[in-house]
Design a protein around this ligand. Structure first.
Ligand SMILES: [Zn+2]
Length: 89
C-alpha cells in the first residue's frame, strides 16, 4: 500500500510540465508548491523515524518562475503530459 502511494506522488509531479513563452525554456523552473500531506510515521523503540507512506491530500502550485529569464505568471505555459501526445498528432 505504501509503495503505491509513493508512486502516485512521483507520477503527479512528473505529469506537469512547463514552457516559458518568454525564452522557450522547457527544462528549468523554480516551482513553489504548497502541499498538504498525510504521512504514516513509524518510530522505532529507539526513536528513529521512518516515513512509510505519504499521501498528498492537497496540492497547490503557488508560482512558477523561469530560471533563465525570471518570467512568471501568464508567461509560463502549463503543458499537460496527456495533451503532448494529442498536440504532436
Ligand atoms: Zn524564460
Amino acid at each position: 500500500m505504501g509503495g503505491s502511494r509513493a508512486r502516485r506522488i512521483a507520477r503527479s509531479m512528473a505529469s506537469t510540465r512547463y514552457r516559458c513563452t518568454g525564452c522557450g525554456n522547457l527544462t528549468r523552473f523554480d516551482v513553489a508548491i504548497s502541499r498538504r500531506t498525510r504521512e504514516y510515521h513509524h518510530f522505532t523503540v529507539g526513536g528513529d523515524l521512518e516515513v512509510e507512506a505519504v499521501e498528498v491530500v492537497e496540492e497547490t502550485v503557488e508560482s512558477v518562475e523561469c530560471r533563465w529569464c525570471r518570467a512568471t505568471g501568464d508567461r509560463i505555459e502549463v503543458l499537460d503530459a496527456g495533451d503532448d501526445a494529442a498536440g504532436a498528432a
